[in-house]
Design a protein around this ligand. Structure first.
Ligand code: COA
Length: 172
């Protein structure tokens, strides 16, 4: 089941966020950095995010338990080609055991529906080039727009930006 998140979901989202970061980025981001991730800190951040009306957040539930989430809103890029896209998918994370069953696509559909209602029609997402989940965005028709060097936990990594001029095409 996919539903809109409320502020009471902050702890559950934070738990999925930390757990999925650890399984997704093990071997990509330094272990020492992953070990510093704390559910309590993320919970505080999510409590703030969930109070911001320009953020759209949806959760995926299985048997009453939050197993994944997506968040998005206005594009944070200030200038250049990427800023021409009005929306951004900020984060999407599922627990490892529920990946590959269509929940990611359903979460993206929910986000796209909500952003469309808010007058947003195009979308970008940033993803680490080493993350195999890049294939998900490519499967949804994302076009590579840019790449940027980022540093996480003292390690230099590439981040790629994918874009959809018309995000309705993601649903095809
Ligand atoms: C990326 C993620 C959200 C995708 O959600 P999911 O539920 O696993 O994906 P779905 O089952 O909805 O897949 C939808 C389509 O994308 C394809 N797909 C999914 N992951 C893929 C991958 N890594 N490579 C290529 N294709 C992929 C599926 O095969 C499916 O195609 P189909 O419609 O032809 O069957 C999820 O796997 C995840 O949470 N991964 C770890 C966290 C992560 O990397 N998040 C992104 C950070 S930027």
């Amino acid at each position: 089941m996919i539903r809109k998140a409320t502020w009471v979901d902050a702890l559950a989202i934070a738990s999925v966020h930390v757990e999925s970061w650890k399984t997704t980025y093990s071997g990509i981001v330094p272990d020492a950095y992953l070990e510093t991730l704390a559910v309590g800190e993320k919970q505080t951040l999510w409590e703030k995010v969930l109070r911001q009306s320009d953020h759209s957040v949806f959760v995926a539930e299985e048997n009453g338990r939050v197993v994944g989430f997506v968040s998005g809103g206005p594009n944070r890029a200030a200038d250049g080609l990427i800023a021409k896209y009005d929306g951004e998918l900020y984060a999407i994370y599922l627990l490892k055991e529920v990946q590959g069953k269509g929940l990611g696509r359903q979460l993206v559909q929910a986000l796209v529906g909500d952003l469309t209602q808010k007058g947003i029609h195009s979308l970008v997402v940033w993803v680490l080039a080493d993350n195999p989940s890049r294939g998900f965005y490519e499967r949804l028709g994302g076009e590579k727009l840019a790449e940027e060097r980022v540093e996480i936990g003292g390690k230099a990594l590439w981040e790629w930006c994918y874009g959809w001029q018309d995000m309705q095409t993601m649903n095809e």
